[in-house]
Design a protein around this ligand. Structure first.
Ligand SMILES: [Zn+2]
Length: 285
């Protein structure tokens, strides 16, 4: 066995990855050599060897189907608590998460999932949602994965952080990123968004924009959505009542923003807590 063909065992007992090929440049991901390979031009991360767990793989990492150790993809889909000062907390603290009176860190869960991207490659995704809907969300994304449903990317909104929740959401939409939790007000600026409570998920926002019809004409704010205002084009990734995402989310008790009268929010699936008060006083400072 050569230097380039040694086994790499991760610290977690149930989780290890087998190094099967050499890599010229290793990602500075914290995952360690042997786990991922980074393309120096595109920055794309690709898993190396057989994958037994997503624990050490960042969102966005590509995995070939032949690298999956388990035919049951559900073994890769995890839900875990976020602890103060763990790596997820460090990414979100002061960004999508702030200590507040509405939602506690303890009530949020961090999900790792697999999804197909728009090139049909298997990719690692991540999501933060409320614990009450965490198992639902896990099972929804598992069903979508098993069906080959394509989602362009699933990174925490903090990867697009601009300093402000609403602006960061806008940046995430411009990148067509699927995300859920972000402590921010809603678009009307008068209530707390269901995203702030971890109860709403925005799916493929470019193809599924937020559209107001208040003036009688559609009004939208993201240019990348221009081809998707007409909902009857049959273009890929457009959510309609015939779309699998609509069918699976509603099966788990979510409602769809595409069913609202005004505005329409075609990317938005929400499972509200009827008891929650979303009257919002903006945080100071
Ligand atoms: Zn939304």
């Amino acid at each position: 066995m050569t230097k380039d063909h040694k086994k790499y065992a991760a610290a977690a007992a149930a989780c290890f990855l087998l190094l099967s090929q050499a890599s010229p440049v290793w990602a500075q991901t914290g995952a360690g050599p042997g786990v991922v390979q980074i393309d120096s031009e595109s920055g794309r991360l690709t898993a190396v060897g057989t994958v037994y767990s997503l624990d050490l793989l960042e969102a966005g990492t590509r995995i070939d189907k032949s690298q999956m150790a388990f035919s049951d993809a559900g073994r890769y889909f995890t839900v875990r608590e976020i602890r103060r000062n763990d790596s997820v907390f460090q990414r979100i603290n002061g960004r999508s998460y702030q200590d507040n009176d509405y939602i506690s860190l303890e009530s949020l869960r961090y999900l790792k999932v697999l999804h197909y991207n728009f090139d049909g490659e298997i990719q690692v995704g991540e999501l933060i949602v409320h614990k009450d809907i965490a198992e639902d969300a896990r099972n929804i994304f598992l069903e979508l994965f098993d069906a080959g449903y394509q989602i362009q990317s699933m990174y925490l909104i903090d990867n697009y952080w601009t300093g402000d929740g609403v602006d960061s959401d806008s940046a995430s939409i411009d990148a067509n990123n699927t995300s859920a939790f972000c402590f921010r007000q809603s678009s009307d600026a008068e209530t707390l968004s269901n995203h702030a409570l971890g109860r709403a998920i925005d799916l493929n926002p470019q193809q599924n924009p937020y559209v107001s019809y208040r003036t009688g004409e559609p009004v939208w704010s993201h240019e990348n959505a221009d081809p998707y205002i007409d909902r009857d084009t049959g273009l890929p990734h457009v959510i309609t009542h015939d779309d699998l995402a609509y069918q699976i989310f509603t099966k788990y008790g979510f409602t769809w923003g595409g069913d609202w009268q005004e505005p329409k929010d075609y990317q938005h699936f929400v499972k509200e807590d009827p008891a929650s008060d979303r009257t919002f006083t903006p945080l100071s400072g």
